[in-house]
Design a protein around this ligand. Structure first.
Ligand code: RIB
Ligand code: CA
Length: 311
């Protein structure tokens, strides 16, 4: 199989950083066309710089990094420094990047690549969906250039930023609605799945035992990350959200899901940003997404550790 063309849209963010490292370690499977960044976990100035820091760490400064939207479509930006630290990738001390940030806006890059693609491109979205939504609004024809969108976002159960909403969708619910309503081949990996994939001490130790710059950086970030999730969700350990998207693209057999009708709550306060999934689609509410429900956590960490060990 030739490597699949892929673009990763992200808001690094600790778990985004781990997801990027896993993608870099899949050079045989992925032709990584570019990394587009968006405001989310931390402001855009940090997410774009952090993406480039991770490129340096993985010695993949050949991958172009683009800055996108600095705020949601309508709402004011909400960030998550309490989860990711003030730098966005707390737990490691990566130097200022020297690779250039692309001058082209991320939305323009998405439109250019998706309207000229000879082979449809896979989009992995790991943050608020603002960039993709703006690209869809500006140029609906990009749909023809998209093979599939796999998004980390949403939740069938409890939220994490509010009781009802998951962070990525909550930050920009209007963008999420644009994406969900666009008729794209969409796969949703939400908290129901990622809360099954938690970084236990043994799993953290296995990454640390790689004893490489990548392993040490990943272990350092994960050791810091998600402490709030532990307190808030009483989980055995902090969940590994974004790497599940890359793991799904590499090993879909580690996951199960089914077609559902997905809708986004864009009104109100208590339930703003809620992903409402109907597992029994009807002609008036047809399936518009594959919603992933289970994950093989041991298999995911084995994949992550094995691949990061090769970087
Ligand atoms: O809710 C978890 C998601 O929000 C992850 O993508 C994390 O990086 C933040 O963006
Ligand atoms: Ca993210």
């Amino acid at each position: 199989m030739p490597p699949r063309p892929i673009i990763i849209d992200c808001d690094p963010g600790v778990d985004d950083a781990i997801a990027l490292l896993l993608a870099f370690a899949a050079a045989a499977e992925f032709d990584l066309l570019g990394i587009t960044t968006v405001a989310g976990n931390v402001p855009l100035a940090l997410t774009q710089a952090n993406a480039r820091r991770i490129c340096h760490l993985a010695q993949r400064t050949d991958v172009p990094v683009y800055a996108g939207c600095p705020r949601p479509l309508l709402r004011s930006l909400v960030t998550a420094e309490e989860v990711h630290g003030s730098t966005g990738i707390e737990g490691t001390n990566l130097p200022q990047p020297t690779m250039p940030l692309q001058s082209q806006h991320a939305v323009a890059f998405l439109i250019e690549r998706l309207t000229t693609a000879s082979t449809p491109i896979t989009l992995a979205t790991l943050g608020p969906l603002t960039n993709l939504a703006v690209a869809l609004i500006q140029c609906p024809a990009i749909v023809q250039g998209i093979d599939q969108v796999v998004m980390m976002g949403g939740s069938l159960g409890a939220g994490n930023i509010t009781p009802a909403a998951e962070f990525n969708v909550y930050v920009d619910p209007h963008a999420a609605k644009v994406v969900v309503d666009a008729g794209l081949p969409l796969t949703m990996i939400g908290l129901d799945v990622t809360h099954q994939v938690v970084t236990t001490p043994d799993r953290l130790a296995a990454l640390k035992a790689l004893d490489t710059p990548v392993g040490k950086a990943a272990a350092g970030m994960l050791r810091y990350y998600g402490q709030l999730d532990l307190e808030r969700h009483h989980l055995a350990a902090s969940p590994l959200h974004d790497p599940c998207v890359i793991a799904y693209l590499l090993r879909p057999d580690l996951f199960t899901g089914r077609p559902m009708h997905l809708a986004i709550e864009t009104e109100g306060t208590l339930c703003l940003g809620r992903t409402v999934a109907n597992g029994h689609p009807t002609p008036t509410a047809p399936a518009n997404a594959t919603v992933i429900e289970t994950a093989n956590a041991d298999g995911i960490y084995a994949l992550l550790t094995e691949r990061l060990g090769k970087l």
